[in-house]
Design a binder for this molecule. Structure first.
Ligand code: NDP
Length: 282
């Protein structure tokens, strides 16, 4: 079997076009959606992520406000800026780019963002809403994965879904979303015994680990749908996922590539969340 490709770049493009249309409608009524992005320090990768987010906003008709702060910014200053943005009616979403410098308490920063502007979905109120099935913002990566699965025609009800990775921003919320969709969910992590025994049972396999090509074709059930969240550099510096794409695609029925799978969807879902925040405020 050669798996079909789940094209995250194309799906993200169509989502961006929908966001642009809805953003234009809000703007025409004098209420342009607005996203505030705060970057603290000089981390090169963070600077690239932030640049991309600002560019995505511009292309989708979302007004973005970028605040670049020096690495030595005191935590109290950062919290005060967030509090000001919380009450700014022109701002509908607030994103603080992570990681933050070591002297700043990341949890405190995230909890200072008003939950109704928490478009990253990292606030404990957003996590609690997801856990209890209440409306709230979903973290962009697992939200994007659910859209990819829908696009791929995955039948989740009753399916065996295995998530490898249990971080607060990917693995755990991913597992909850799959559970909400009536899958039978297994979460694996670094202490799981016999990882392959779990992954081989998966009708839907989500890899969110951060280890280049660790999931090989022999660990995949024939016909499975495989979503590769990982973003790693291999020994030659090439971008690759957690899944060994070449061996996996011989076994799976559908698979996301890296790049061009989950990454563009994560970016697109931030726009979707920001737009929804603005529409709720209307
Ligand atoms: P974390 O490092 O926070 O979590 C990694 C998880 O993988 C942990 O739960 C860890 O287990 C588990 N793990 C580590 N080694 C193994 C192993 N040998 N077997 C099974 N599980 C293991 O990473 P993130 O969740 O933030 O990100 C995961 C990957 O996804 C990274 O490559 C990251 O770059 C990428 N990513 C991609 C995004 C995109 O848009 N495409 C967005 C976000 C992340 P334990 O808890 O026991 O330590």
């Amino acid at each position: 079997m050669t798996a079909s490709l789940i094209d995250g770049a194309a799906l993200a493009r169509s989502l961006r076009a929908q966001v642009a249309e809805r953003a234009a409608a809000l703007t025409a009524r004098g209420r342009p959606p607005g996203l505030a992005v705060i970057l603290v320090g000089e981390d090169a990768a963070s600077a690239v992520y932030v640049r991309n987010k600002v560019k995505d906003c511009e292309e989708s008709g979302i007004r973005s406000v970028l605040q670049r702060l020096p690495a030595q910014t005191p935590e109290a200053d950062l919290l005060a800026r967030i509090q000001a943005l919380n009450v700014d009616p022109s701002i509908h979403g607030i994103l603080v780019q992570l990681p933050l410098p070591a002297h700043i308490d990341t949890r405190r920063v995230i909890e200072t963002i008003s939950p109704d502007k928490d478009v990253d979905g990292f606030h404990v109120a957003s996590a609690g809403a997801l856990m209890t099935g209440q409306p709230g913002f979903l973290p962009c990566t697992p939200y994007g994965v659910m859209r990819l699965l829908e696009h791929a025609g995955a039948r989740l009800a009753g399916a065996e879904a295995v998530v490898v990775g249990r971080s607060n921003i990917v693995g755990k919320p991913q597992a909850l979303l799959l559970l909400q969709a009536d899958a039978t969910v297994t979460i694996c992590h670094s202490r799981s015994r016999d990882l392959a025994a779990h992954t081989r049972r998966a009708d839907v396999l989500i890899a969110a680990v951060g280890r280049a090509r660790m999931i090989t074709g022999d660990m995949i059930k024939p016909g499975a749908i495989v979503i590769d969240v990982g973003m790693n550099r291999d020994e030659t510096g090439k971008l690759c996922g957690d899944v060994d794409f070449d061996s996996a695609r011989e076994v799976a029925s559908a698979i996301t590539p890296v790049p061009g799978g989950v990454g563009p969807m994560t970016r697109a879902m931030l726009l979707v969340n920001t737009l929804e925040a603005a529409e709720r405020k209307r």
